[in-house]
Design a protein around this ligand. Sequence first.
Ligand SMILES: Nc1ncnc2c1ncn2[C@@H]1O[C@H](COP(=O)(O)OP(=O)(O)OP(=O)(O)O)[C@@H](O)[C@H]1O
Ligand SMILES: [Mg+2]
Length: 273
Amino acid sequence: MAQSTATSLIEIIDLTKVYKMGTMEVHALRGVSLSIQPGEYVAIVGASGSGKSTLMNMIGLLDQPTSGVYRVRGTESQKLGKKALSDLRNREIGFVFQRFNLLARAPALRQVELPLFYAGIGARKSKQMATEALTLVGLGERTHHRPEELSGGQQQRVAIARAIVNQPSLLLADEPTGALDTRTGEEILTLFEELHSQGLTLIVVTHDPDVAGRAHRVITMRDGLVVEDARQVPHKPAVPAAVAVPAPPVPPPVARTSTQPHIVLETLDGATA
Ligand SMILES: Nc1ncnc2c1ncn2[C@@H]1O[C@H](COP(=O)(O)OP(=O)(O)OP(=O)(O)O)[C@@H](O)[C@H]1O
Ligand SMILES: [Mg+2]
């Protein structure tokens, strides 16, 4: 897609990735080009093995492409050394995975403090920032709970708090609702919409058409290539969130209006207490 590069958050030009396994080569990406502007909400879809996670790993600076150009805010990633690369990743990018990837025994607060530790932020400031991030995702009351003491949806919200605690520009989520039932997944999508409305750029890989439907742009991959890139009007939730949004009191005898109640994060918080 031809876009101005000056404003792009990320720009990918003819990216390839070949995995070598002994004498065999797997061409996971075969020439992907796309740009994403700040504030976009993008879904990436496509059959299993089409290269979605490989592309996410490249976008997230977790792995290097075989060829092509990848720029984050105009900085070409291949020209950076290890340290500059990890600084760029820490500053700009947060990750959320299907299996949450939490530490088994650490309480929520520790999980969220971890990236701040790596960023060299002091203990007191880290605790404050981690508490704020957990409160933002509706887990202000669960900061001392370990993963085993949290529901799947709550564990994913801890992972989201960990991903956004550094205030990145870009949140990458690979099948974030894949391990959750539909209603719990809806909690996560509601949270994503809230974060998006606050200015976060989101890229979500999904097999679920309902999840993709919530994005503003859908990129379809097949055999290591982008085969479709379409903007859309985001769909409304297919089912209500597991956390019911209380309807505002309607004073009788005034008839109900069609206005949707504004979904606020405190609703998630209150309902998990
Ligand atoms: N580390 C690796 N080493 C070798 N081959 C790999 C590696 N990672 C991925 N592949 C191969 O690259 C291709 C793309 O894989 P990728 O994980 O990106 O697909 P995907 O679209 O995310 O699939 P899924 O929907 O199943 O998660 C596949 O053929 C896969 O087997
Ligand atoms: Mg994958």
